[in-house]
Design a protein around this ligand. Sequence first.
Ligand SMILES: Nc1ncnc2c1ncn2[C@@H]1O[C@H](COP(=O)(O)OP(=O)(O)OP(=O)(O)O)[C@@H](O)[C@H]1O
Ligand SMILES: [Mg+2]
Length: 243
Amino acid sequence: MSENSTGSATAVIEDPSAEPMIKVEALRRSFGEGEAAVHALKGVSFEIPRGELVALRGRSGSGKTTLLNLVGGLDSADGGRIVIDGTDLSTLGEEGLLELRRDRIGFIFQSFGLLPILSAAENVGVPLRLRKADPKEREDRVGLLLALVGLADHANQRPGELSGGQQQRVAIARALANKPALLIADEPTGQLDAETGLAVMELLRAVVRSEGCTALVATHDHQLLGLADRVLELRDGEIVEED
Ligand SMILES: Nc1ncnc2c1ncn2[C@@H]1O[C@H](COP(=O)(O)OP(=O)(O)OP(=O)(O)O)[C@@H](O)[C@H]1O
Ligand SMILES: [Mg+2]
């Protein structure tokens, strides 16, 4: 926590870093029409302060992926408001959303989403290439990230030559490439055995501390639920907060 404690309450309110990383208000999203409509999110509201690791749990079909897609600017809501890092997503056009996803959000998916023909190092470097980062900066950052996730010795292996847990760690390193303010992960340990899953979750926990980012992680994993600063539960499209 690096909140600076300057002066009056007004100064604190005007300080953008005092804003929550995620503010969601009365968010609604339905799929389909009329009788057949599925109301995946029925007015969801919550805030996540900067620097927290928050787990999102809920039964299959409770709306976790729907919520993560909206918060990450991959889908648009039917109603309500999402403010990420001080930006109201409804004020952004396609271009703005693209920049937000590229520069401020890191995504980690259950299926890893690595490019099979690229090495671990090249996969981690993809977001830096998209941002047209300087090659030297890219090389340094990739090296640092692979070391951070314990894969310095596997930089040149392709995903098919890595274990599931190693691939997931490459995906985490890639999500961190552009120093995102926000990490969004959808069941990042869903394909891993319990022990590897715990190692990946502990890595995420450590990364949120060391990089100072905020993370929202959908999971059924009880071990992660224990590592999180907070657990939000979705029940039938509505948020129920747990201790
Ligand atoms: N593109 C879509 N079209 C129609 N219905 C959808 C779509 N996406 C999600 N839904 C529905 O919305 C509800 C919430 O789905 P969602 O994928 O958010 O659940 P989830 O909590 O992520 O579940 P799981 O744990 O199985 O991943 C489900 O009833 C689902 O069938
Ligand atoms: Mg899901």
